[in-house]
Design a protein around this ligand. Structure first.
Ligand code: NAD
Length: 404
């Protein structure tokens, strides 16, 4: 039997984290002994626990410890980080430390140092000025990559570790009965709060925003300066342009809700119009596009990326079809963001979620509760789910800012 001393300090009882930790050890096939336990007396007090983790072999011990460390548990004492210099681009040692989306400290040169560029599913590389999270594909021969988890401490957001947090106003509870207007009111207050502190709000949106009549509302939020970055795919731009040129989205008249004759061709006519100008921007300069979501995004100059996919028609000249470049552009746009609104796109919301640190406030609006739950469960209680028609929600949200 091999053992490892672990500790955790926080609101582990109220949050249910204690039972999660102990259950995980048993589920993994390891065992534990509680060496010490101090229970906080009042809800504001933190509790602390010391656990002796036991396993039949080193492999099971380390694998279980790594999973516990992702929950905010850490090794007792301070162990200097172990780095392995890699001999091939993209290839990390088998026991490299794979990151979570939570803030991560590494014990390096006798002190805890916080890794920069935090994101999930990355390796940690030793740089001259400290540890950095780097995607596997970006690690290079000669880089020193962190192995093992004994020198790592993961700091969960306050709400997830049981502390109070004003943003978790819905307690991560996803309910289709919740009123979209009430949610919009609370989210508008959060957006104002972020902007008052000179923070940044980024939107990730799918074409359903246009189909459900939410385009004008989202365009108004961009025009009003509330949105600092825009992420989407080819389709949202195509359908926004179709709406501006023909009043339809996928051939359906957005004023009457009725399909129009031969309307299915409209999105291709929109793409063709852009091709004739060379770009959406050129179409604006020629005076053929005078309003709308893409118009406001380009006119205000906020950073944006339309990431391509295999489903795309066209694609539009502005759509980035190189997926590595698109992922990088997404990551650059969300860097330093305080809040992200994910609006009815499973593909781009999950893609964005994977590169977003857990302390960024995230709102996911989707008609399907399973999508909202999936995003809420991606590792952060900072995600608030709103099960609603996205058009309805956006009109309510824009309405909150109308008097500003
Ligand atoms: N013509 C085109 O070029 C074209 C057309 C469609 C999609 N695409 C591309 O395919 C990819 C995936 O597209 P996607 O993001 O639409 O698909 P997706 O499946 O990732 O997401 C659609 C989401 O919208 C939700 N939804 C449906 N109706 C809703 C409503 N009324 N209110 C709120 N949510 C609702 C669904 O539950 C789903 O989660 C994107 O890259 C997109 O650009 C391209």
């Amino acid at each position: 039997m091999v053992t490892k001393s672990l500790t955790h300090v926080g609101h582990m009882i109220d949050s249910g984290l204690l039972s999660t930790i102990l259950n995980l050890i048993i589920e993994e096939g390891a065992d534990y002994e509680i060496i010490g336990f101090n229970v906080g007396k009042v809800p504001a007090d933190e509790s602390s626990i010391r656990i002796l983790l036991k396993a039949e072999n080193e492999v099971l011990l380390e694998a279980t410890a790594a999973k516990l460390i992702a929950l905010g548990v850490r090794a007792v004492g301070e162990t200097e980080a172990e780095w392995v210099e890699i001999s091939r681009d993209k290839a990390a040692p088998a026991d490299f430390y794979s990151t979570t989306n939570h803030s991560t400290d590494v014990f390096l040169e006798g002190k805890w140092q916080t890794a920069v560029n935090q994101r999930m599913d990355a390796a940690i590389v030793r740089r001259d000025d400290g540890p950095e999270c780097v995607k596997l594909r970006d690690i290079r021969r000669g880089d020193k990559v962190l192995v093992g988890s004994s020198s790592v401490r993961v700091c969960l957001p306050e709400s997830e570790s049981g502390g109070g947090d004003s943003f978790a106003f819905m307690n991560n509870d996803v309910s289709s009965e919740r009123n979209a207007t009430q949610s919009a009111e609370k989210i508008a207050a959060q957006i104002r709060d972020v902007k008052e502190k000179s923070g940044k709000v980024v939107v990730v949106a799918g074409p359903v925003v246009i189909h459900t009549g939410g385009a004008d509302a989202l365009a108004a939020l961009v025009r009003g300066g509330w949105i600092g970055g825009f992420l989407g795919g080819n389709a949202i731009a195509v359908h926004d342009l179709e709406y501006r040129l023909f009043g339809t989205s996928l051939g359906v008249d957005l004023a009457t809700g009725r399909p129009t004759h031969e309307g299915h061709k409209n999105h291709m006519m929109a793409i063709n119009t852009v091709f004739n100008h060379g770009s959406i921007k050129a179409m604006m300069e020629a005076g053929e596009l005078k309003e709308g979501l893409m118009f406001e995004v380009i006119r205000t100059g906020i950073p944006y990326c339309l990431a391509g996919s295999i489903r795309d028609d066209g694609p539009l000249p502005e759509t980035e079809m190189d997926m590595i470049k698109a992922q990088q552009a997404y990551a650059d746009i969300i860097a330093g963001t305080d809040m992200i609104l994910m609006l009815s796109t499973m593909l781009h919301s999950i893609g964005t979620g994977n590169m977003t640190p857990s302390w960024v406030k995230t709102v996911c609006v989707d008609i399907n509760p399973a999508v909202v739950t999936k995003l809420s469960d991606r590792g952060s209680a900072q995600t608030v789910g709103v099960v609603s028609d996205v058009g309805l929600f956006l009109r309510a949200l824009a309405g909150e800012f109308e008097t500003d």
